[in-house]
Design a protein around this ligand. Structure first.
Ligand SMILES: NC(=O)c1ccc[n+]([C@@H]2O[C@H](COP(=O)([O-])OP(=O)(O)OC[C@H]3O[C@@H](n4cnc5c(N)ncnc54)[C@H](OP(=O)(O)O)[C@@H]3O)[C@@H](O)[C@H]2O)c1
Length: 317
């Protein structure tokens, strides 16, 4: 595993962070609890020291599994935990934004219980809530910081204007945007956030799984599975463009001892100087180990240039 400074937080984090959106729900997790715990154990055993979760991930179930895994390993001090607030998963399908003071405090208390800890290393606003002034949301976070319940504050899915406005009330130390070979829409924003000294943790680093090559035909996920709704490359016209990119990645793999496509995608993401860590959702030991192995080798500058050209040619038209 390789490590980078996480912005100005003073924390050193692994270039791969383990994502937990899939745990326990949103349509594609049929794993046993032992398999889920074992996936987290595999990540930590292979040098991952950063785990991303949220109360919105299946109504706290992901946090509970993370808390149990870390407790079982006695690894609390070795792992940076990021969890989130301001987004509530209601009735098993709908996410509702709520940045109110009361909600933030209640979510923080619940997360501490779920995670079986008395502090959260990094606390992110999951999505901006246009109904609540940032002054109120950030004040709630300042208060939690003063009490030592959260150590660092970050945001996800914010625009530059929103970060500037919210950051005036409480320093924003981390940014969690969607970023991968198939989603570069926010690259300029991410570079700006990195220049401000924020740690950058990309989500959907495997494009929600499409960059692993596991989906070669347009797939309709069932209604409870958020992937089609959330990741636009699972729909046309993006899907066909991504299939063209996969052909280039397939050739690269053939020429490089059949290296898994997921490793190419993760290496590409981690090589970007403005990325601190790539969050990857994976719920079995095998997938976690395959992904960790991406950080045992490096794409060369020429290979990066070749992949960047392929990404532009396949997706930017
Ligand atoms: N802030 C936000 O709004 C936001 C939004 C989305 C995600 N996130 C965070 O970012 C994390 C990552 O995003 P994501 O999980 O949506 O997408 P992702 O990491 O791009 O892709 C995850 C998908 O790839 C599959 N996968 C992983 N490694 C694989 C491998 N080696 N071979 C084959 N398939 C593999 C996973 O399968 P299995 O799950 O079946 O193992 C899962 O279906 C989330 O878990 C969450 O922590 C944050």
């Amino acid at each position: 595993m390789r490590y980078k400074q996480f912005g100005k937080t003073g924390m050193q984090v692994s270039e791969m962070a383990l994502g937990t959106w899939g745990i326990g729900g949103v349509g594609w997790d049929n794993n046993s609890e032992e398999t889920r715990l074992d996936a987290i154990r595999a990540a930590v055993e292979n040098g991952v020291n950063f785990i991303d979760t949220a109360p919105a991930y299946n109504g706290g179930e992901a946090e509970r599994v993370v808390g149990k895994a870390i407790k079982n390993m006695g690894a609390r001090k070795d792992v940076v935990i990021s969890t989130k607030c301001g987004n509530v998963f209601v009735d098993g399908t709908t996410y509702v934004r709520d940045g109110s003071r009361e909600r933030i405090r209640q979510q923080c208390e619940d997360s501490l219980k779920n995670l079986q800890t008395d502090y959260i290393d990094l606390y992110l606003i999951h999505w901006p809530d246009p109904k609540v002034p940032f002054a109120e949301t950030m004040d709630a976070l300042n208060q939690l910081k003063k009490e030592g319940k959260i150590l660092h504050v970050g945001v996800s899915n914010f625009s530059r204007e929103q970060m500037e406005e919210a950051g005036a009330f409480c320093p924003i130390e981390a940014f969690q945007p969607q970023y991968s070979m198939v989603h570069r829409d926010d690259e300029a924003l991410i570079k700006w956030a990195a220049q401000q000294g924020m740690g950058i943790m990309t989500y959907g680093s495997l494009g929600g799984g499409i960059l692993t090559g596991a989906f070669r035909e347009l797939t309709t996920f069932n209604a409870s599975d958020s992937r089609t709704r959330f990741y636009k490359h699972f729909q046309e016209p993006m899907f066909s463009k991504v299939m063209e990119l996969l052909k280039v990645m397939d050739r690269f793999s053939e020429e490089h001892h059949q290296v898994p496509l997921a490793q190419i995608a993760l290496n590409w993401c981690a090589r970007k100087e403005f990325v601190s860590t790539c969050i990857v959702g994976a719920q079995s030991r095998k997938k976690v180990m395959e992904n960790c192995a991406a950080f045992a080798w490096d794409l060369t500058d020429e290979e990066m240039a070749l992949l960047d050209r392929a990404v532009a040619q396949c997706l930017d038209q």
